[in-house]
Each structure stands twice: as C-alpha cells, then as structure tokens.
Design a protein around this ligand. Structure first.
Ligand SMILES: Nc1ncnc2c1ncn2[C@@H]1O[C@H](COP(=O)(O)OP(=O)(O)OP(=O)(O)O)[C@@H](O)[C@H]1O
Ligand SMILES: [Mg+2]
Length: 355
C-alpha cells in the first residue's frame, strides 16, 4: 500500500462529518486501521454507540469521498462501538451512563419505556442494565418475564470482599428489582431512609459488571426516589415520559423542574400512548417550548400492554408493529443524545451544539 494513497484516503475521510457531533470522523478518531489493497479500502469506524442510526449515512459518505480516488474502487467498512462516559460527575464503578426514566404522573408508561429502551439498546449490541427504582411498586420483573426469585450472592469470603447480588438477565439486559427480594403479595411498610438505602444498595451491592447504559425506572411522583438516585450516583441525564394530554404535560413540566433542581440534565421528552384516546403532539410541543430534544412518539397499541403483561417487551414480541418500531427509533435517539452529552463533557465537541 502506498503511503501517498493512504494519506489521500485519510484526507478524504476527514471531510466526512458525523452529523450529531458536528465534527469530522478523523478528528473524532472514529476511523481505524485503514488499509488499501488491490483497490479495496478496508477500515473500521468506531461509533459512539452500537445503537447508531447513521451507519447508512457513513457508508454513503465514505464511498462518495473515497471512490473518486485513483486506486480505490471498493470501500469495505467494519463497525465497532465505544460508548463514551456521559456521567455528570465522577463514579468509581464501570457504568458508562446512567439514565433515569421519570414523568411525575403515574401510569404514563415509564416502566414500559424503560424496559423497551433497555431491551432495544441491548438488541443493538450495547451492554445494558435495567434498575427498578420503584421500590414499593416494582413492575419490571413482570415486564421482562422474571418472577419472584432470590438472586445469587457472590463474594463475601475475605475482609475486603463485599458480598454482591448477581442481577438476573432477560433479553440480554441485566435486571435488578425489589420485586426479586420481597414477596409482592406481602406489602412492607417502608420509611423514607429505607427507600433511600435500597436505591443506593442497588448500585453498591449488585454485581453489575461493565455497562454502557444503566436505565433506571423511577416511581411516579416528583420526589424521594429521584432525589435518592441523584444523591447516590452521578447521572448522565433523565428521559421524561409523558402522555399527550394537558394533565400529563403539567406533571411532566414539574418533573423537568425537579430534574433541573437536582442538576440532572434532561435528555429529552418521549410522548407515549399517542392516538385517538389521548390525542397526540403534546409531548413534542412541551419539548419545543422547553427547548429540549423530542425523543420520539410511541402510539397507544394493544401489543404494548400485551407484551408488558406477558413479560415479552413489544420490541421483542412484535418489533415490526408501529410501537415496536417507535421504541427502536427512540432507543437510537436516546443513545445519540447521550453521545452528544458525553462528547461535550469530554470537551471533544463544544457545548453549544447541545439543543
Ligand atoms: N404505548 C402504549 N400502548 C398501550 N399500552 C401501554 C403503552 N404504554 C404503556 N402501556 C400500558 O399502560 C400501563 C401503564 O404503563 P406503565 O406501568 O409502564 O406506566 P408507569 O408510568 O410505569 O406507571 P407507574 O407510575 O405506576 O409506575 C401498562 O399496563 C402498560 O402495559
Ligand atoms: Mg412504573
């Protein structure tokens, strides 16, 4: 391979812009191991998320700039991903991103969104955890088809070896919930400090391993759980779930206010259950007026509830349904926002391109 040809190709690739991050792919160090043999340009593009919706764009753009070069008549791209850390603060655990899913209002679909988001990210190749921070009303075990079963405990042998619970796994996602630990039919009386302790322990006492994304499902309300979470670990940001109608939007506004107060960046707004019953467009409008990204609209569809009840999220049970496709796109949008936030934190891109 001639050095001149290699340089020419790299120069051409440095005109390909990553549209989310607004910088070229060479400056962003996304191009690796370029070789040109017998007219074939082989290289790897390292994405900031495996859930990247832009692969088609990169293929087209790289071909557009490389194929006119003398000595290149074929482009062969391999894909890899390295999810950057987007946490708003330091954390001594191998969790790259922690995302809270909240709403203010009850029953708008937080747990459903959290579950389908987590499973969708895992389906696309990311290492994902799903933490049920709804200590009093855990629904995640049912939604991913796991019952009331005590997790294994490992470690605890030596003095410095703290015992840890092994999370269960469903659809490639590591899951932890109070639903595994306490019989759901026996209500327990919890005091505030105990709830706080439980959320904290879900980080410190669980063997999560290395994760690209930890999705945290919050209980309804603008209160204790979000505060405990924000006090226990730094977060990448919060995803706000709302229904399209005004009363849900009011609560969503309060939730945005609460995350602002807690210094947790809001990654954007999801409108769930759009359709004839609740209308549509309210979530998008809310995002617009608050200058927040609109992350997606999920229609009200029977398959979503059936999937939740059956323990098979709709992105698995019916991925080609409108709701299934909407959740998939939502996951890609959330991953893209996280990449932008993370790259801005690392000063790789300027802050002002964040919406
Ligand atoms: N897009 C949708 N289409 C149809 N049904 C949905 C949709 N989203 C959620 N549901 C259903 O609505 C119900 C409430 O959803 P979910 O439990 O996810 O809400 P939540 O906000 O987590 O509630 P809570 O505030 O009690 O934690 C569930 O039965 C769920 O299956
Ligand atoms: Mg819930």
């Amino acid at each position: 391979m001639s050095k001149a040809l290699h340089e020419k190709a790299m120069k051409a690739l440095s005109t390909v812009i990553e549209p989310e991050l607004g910088r070229d792919i060479v400056t962003l160090d996304m191009v690796r191991d370029l070789t040109i043999e017998n007219g074939v340009a082989n290289f790897t593009i390292v994405l900031t998320t495996p859930a990247c919706p832009l692969k088609g764009v990169f293929i087209r753009e790289c071909e557009r700039v490389l194929l006119p070069i003398d000595g290149i008549d074929h482009v062969n791209i391999k894909w890899d991903a390295n999810v950057p850390r987007g946490l708003h603060g330091n954390l001594d655990m191998p969790l790259q991103n922690i995302i809270a899913v909240g709403s203010g209002k009850g029953g708008v679909g937080k747990s459903t969104v959290a579950t389908n988001l987590a499973v969708s990210l895992a389906e696309q190749g990311a290492r994902v955890g799903l933490m049920d921070a709804d200590i009093l009303g855990p629904n995640i075990p049912t939604m991913v088809g796991l019952g009331f079963a005590k997790p294994h405990v490992i470690g605890g042998e030596g003095e410095n070896d703290q015992p840890k619970m092994v999370p269960f796994e469903a659809y490639g996602v590591k899951v932890m919930s109070m639903g595994f630990l306490a019989d759901p039919n026996t209500p327990m009386i919890w005091r505030g400090p105990m709830l706080h302790g439980a959320i904290r322990q879900f980080f410190t006492d669980v063997a999560w391993g290395e994760l690209d994304y930890m999705v945290v499902d919050l209980p309804p309300g603008t209160g204790d759980a979000a505060l405990s979470l924000a006090q226990s670990v730094p977060l990448t940001g919060a995803v706000i779930v709302t229904q399209p109608q005004e009363v849900a939007l009011e609560d969503a506004r309060r939730a945005i206010g609460m995350f602002n107060k807690l210094n947790v960046p809001v990654l954007g707004v999801v409108e769930n259950m759009a359709g004839e019953v609740y209308g549509q467009g309210g979530g998008e409008k809310l995002a617009e007026t608050r200058n927040l990204p609109f992350l997606g609209r999920v229609p009200l569809q029977g398959v979503v509830r059936e999937g939740g009840d059956a323990g098979k999220p709709v992105v698995i049970s019916d991925p080609d349904s409108d709701a299934g496709k909407a959740f998939y796109a939502l996951a890609q949008n959330v991953a893209a926002r996280i990449s932008v936030v993370a790259m801005a934190n690392a000063n790789v891109i300027p802050l002002n391109i964040i919406g």
